[in-house]
Design a protein around this ligand. Structure first.
Ligand code: PLP
Length: 448
């Protein structure tokens, strides 16, 4: 097949790997000992050397329905034969309208309007721009400040890295967006270490919003953006009551609350969105990844009726929002998303994280007591095992666990710093959970 041909070419000429400048990777290290995947089905990848690799990461938090779903494949194939592309600027085609209806039906009330993007990063920049423009349109153009949070990850656009709170993602790129401030993060291993589910301590950290709002004057603040659960920083959970308190403060001060649900969306925590699982409704939700089961790039922003309707007041012939992407509502992405939603619904996959959540929690916490394990965190089908760092070599220990798992034990995990993060496809079963944590326990013991 064409794919086998590509795999053969790529692996027979490792010296020819230089041209691809890999994202978020140690390029030179990787190219010396590559980890290449060739195919995928269900819970498993197959590596180019023919090994079956259990996927503990849902690709990259995106393949919630597992890999190689026939229904998605068929929908995308049919669509590319029917119509490859159609513009959505002053033009349209049926699919994005159909899809938006379907998405609105699973989104929390009153977030019933959908703006399409192609990635999580674009969703974040889109949500920030909608928030700023919303205030401007309603005559509060002085609301220009945006509040993010330390350890936040909101993709890699300039908006996203400005509100984000991961130093490495920021420090190389100049002064970033003006008027951004950050709340403290909620990771507190000393008080909350080895919590099962949401941590007890830290609701008071939400008062950072009050403090920052008063510092700048609340009437200058447009929006607050947080991940309900952050993934890229190594899985940081909201303390009990924390998100509720952010909501209260936002409402009190007329500040929009944005939930970045790029990883928590589409069933990761037992409902379509974390907003629903936590019972806290933001004004805007960003998503991507699981929207198409990772199959075709696509993201979306959900906006509340109030925000959307505010834009719809001017002259009818006027463009209401000067924003959009050539590929907003791309036919292939829409076809993939529609089929993905069918699969999620037919297999009740949004409920899987609740059904399996207790077992997942029990099994991950059995790793407590292994060498260098300093914290274990879980919620829904998300898990994190934090290792103590080797002196002067942050990340090295978890990286060794990662490569041991991949090369020697046929398990794909993801590591950031010294945190092992897990986000398996929601189709997994108990035996996969046993296998993931059995392998991890071995790898952690061997890597001390
Ligand atoms: N926001 C969050 C919370 C994410 O976890 C990610 C990616 O992991 C993004 C935004 C960026 O998404 P993308 O890589 O599709 O641009």
């Amino acid at each position: 097949s064409l794919h086998e041909h590509y795999a053969q070419v790529a692996t027979s000429q490792p010296d020819k790997m230089d041209a691809f400048w890999m994202p978020f990777s140690a390029n030179r290290q990787f190219k010396k000992k590559p980890r290449l995947l060739a195919s995928a089905k269900g819970m498993f990848y197959r590596s180019v050397d023919g090994r079956e690799i259990l996927d503990g990461t849902g690709g990259l938090w995106c393949c919630n329905a597992g890999h190689g779903r026939d229904r998605i494949t068929a929908a995308v194939s049919q669509q590319i034969e029917t119509m490859d592309f159609a513009p959505t600027f002053q033009m349209g085609h049926p699919l994005p309208f159909l899809l938006a209806e379907r998405l609105a039906a699973i989104a929390p009330d009153p977030l019933k309007h959908v703006f399409y993007t192609n990635s999580g990063s674009e969703s974040v920049d889109t949500a920030l721009k909608i928030a700023l423009a919303y205030h401007r349109v309603r005559g509060e153009g002085q609301r220009t400040r945006i509040i993010g949070r330390e350890k936040g990850y909101h993709g890699v656009g300039f908006g996203g890295i400005s509100v984000g709170g991961l130093p490495n993602n920021r420090k190389f790129f100049g002064p970033l967006l003006p008027g951004v401030d950050h709340m403290r993060h909620t990771l507190d291993i000393a008080r909350n270490g080895f919590s099962k589910g949401l941590p007890e301590h830290g609701i008071e950290l939400a008062e950072d919003l009050e403090r920052i709002a008063l510092l700048h004057d609340p009437s200058t603040i447009a929006a607050v953006i947080v991940e309900p659960i952050s993934g890229s920083a190594g899985v940081v959970l909201p303390p009990k009551g924390y998100l509720e308190r952010l909501r209260e403060l936002c409402t009190k001060h007329g500040i929009l609350l944005i939930f970045d649900e790029v990883i928590t969306g589409f069933g990761r925590v037992g409902k379509a969105f974390a907003a629903q699982r936590f019972g806290v409704t933001p004004d805007l939700i960003t998503c991507a990844k699981g929207l198409t089961n990772g199959s075709v790039p696509m993201g979306a922003v959900f906006a509340s009726n109030a925000i959307h309707d505010t834009f719809m007041n001017g002259p009818e012939g006027a463009i209401e929002l000067f924003h959009g992407y050539t590929y907003s509502g791309h036919p292939l992405a829409c076809a993939a998303a529609l089929a993905t939603l069918d699969v999620y619904a037919e297999e009740n996959l949004f409920e899987k994280a609740i059904e399996l959540g207790d077992y997942w929690e029990q099994k991950i916490h059995e790793l407590r007591g292994l060498p260098n394990v300093i914290d274990i965190r879980n919620f829904g089908l998300i898990g994190a095992i934090e290792l103590s760092s080797r002196p002067g070599a942050v990340g090295a220990r978890a990286y060794d666990v990662f490569t041991t798992c991949f090369h020697d034990k046929d398990l794909l995990i993801r590591v950031t710093g010294d945190v092992i993060a897990l986000s398996p496809p929601l189709i997994l079963e108990k035996n996969h959970i046993d296998r993931i944590f059995g392998i991890l326990a071995e790898a952690i013991r061997e890597t001390a």
